[in-house]
Design a protein around this ligand. Structure first.
Ligand SMILES: *[C@@H]1O[C@H](CO)[C@@H](O)[C@H](O)[C@H]1NC(C)=O
Ligand SMILES: *[C@@H]1O[C@H](CO)[C@@H](O)[C@H](O)[C@H]1NC(C)=O
Ligand SMILES: *[C@@H]1O[C@H](CO)[C@@H](O)[C@H](O)[C@H]1NC(C)=O
Length: 198
């Protein structure tokens, strides 16, 4: 049974905390959901479907929006491969947090392949410096086999402060429909290679 974990690394500005130590996201007043309830839904879903899960996406609200903005690409490309999918919604702000997740997944699911994606470009040249540094650390986790790293930076960012704005939502953080088409295109070659390898 094929199983690929796609981890979309993410970056958020948090006031406190050590990103490699699991903890619930901060519960803000405007949030109509409870983070631990959402977490439990994913846990229940995983336990219910177990080894029938073949492609699992783990990430933040940008990953979650595959279910909304990116839905048509999702349905055409990934839905046929997976009986069910998980979107995580937890925030980690440095590579160590991501590394801890990769390490945990490796030990719990030793035969599952992990496709780790770099943090997506942010519409701010200063933040890009931060993003690039985190991604440089994440690249080290690529072992050429069970864990592969892909940086989709150049799809979304031309360089010198120029972003492909048509790929972003007006909030300049999330992606447009075209942004998800571009995600699939950027990831397709490596994803397919991993999917086909045993
Ligand atoms: C996996 O799918 C098969 C075929 O649909 C089903 O019989 C089985 O109960 C499922 N297993 C789990 C753990 O969901
Ligand atoms: C995907 O969206 C539907 C509503 O269209 C919602 O019911 C479902 O919970 C969402 N799935 C996830 C994993 O967020
Ligand atoms: C995903 O990308 C591949 C490679 O560019 C392309 O062949 C395929 O049609 C795309 N799928 C969707 C649903 O956009």
């Amino acid at each position: 049974m094929q199983q690929i974990f796609v981890i979309a690394a993410l970056i958020t500005i948090t006031a406190a905390g050590s990103p490699w130590i699991p903890e619930p996201q901060e519960q803000l007043d405007w949030m109509p959901w409870l983070w631990l309830d959402r977490h439990q839904e994913f846990v229940d879903n995983s336990q219910l479907h177990g080894s029938n899960l073949s492609v699992i996406f783990f990430g933040d609200s940008i990953t979650e929006a595959w279910n909304y903005t990116g839905r048509s690409v999702w349905d055409a490309r990934y839905a046929p491969l997976g009986t069910n999918n998980i979107w995580g919604n937890t925030n980690f702000d440095i590579a160590r947090g991501v590394a801890a997740i990769v390490s945990e997944l490796r030990s719990r699911l030793p035969t599952t392949k992990i496709l780790l994606l770099g943090v997506l470009p942010r519409h701010n040249v200063q933040t890009m410096v931060h993003v690039d540094q985190v991604n440089e650390h994440l690249g080290i986790l690529d072992n050429g086999g069970t864990v592969r790293f892909l940086n989709m930076r150049d799809t979304y960012y031309v360089g010198d402060g120029v972003f492909n704005t048509n790929l972003f939502d007006p909030d300049m953080i999330h992606l447009s429909g075209e942004g998800y088409t571009a995600w699939n295109q950027s990831m397709d070659a490596l994803f397919t290679e991993m999917w086909n390898s045993t």
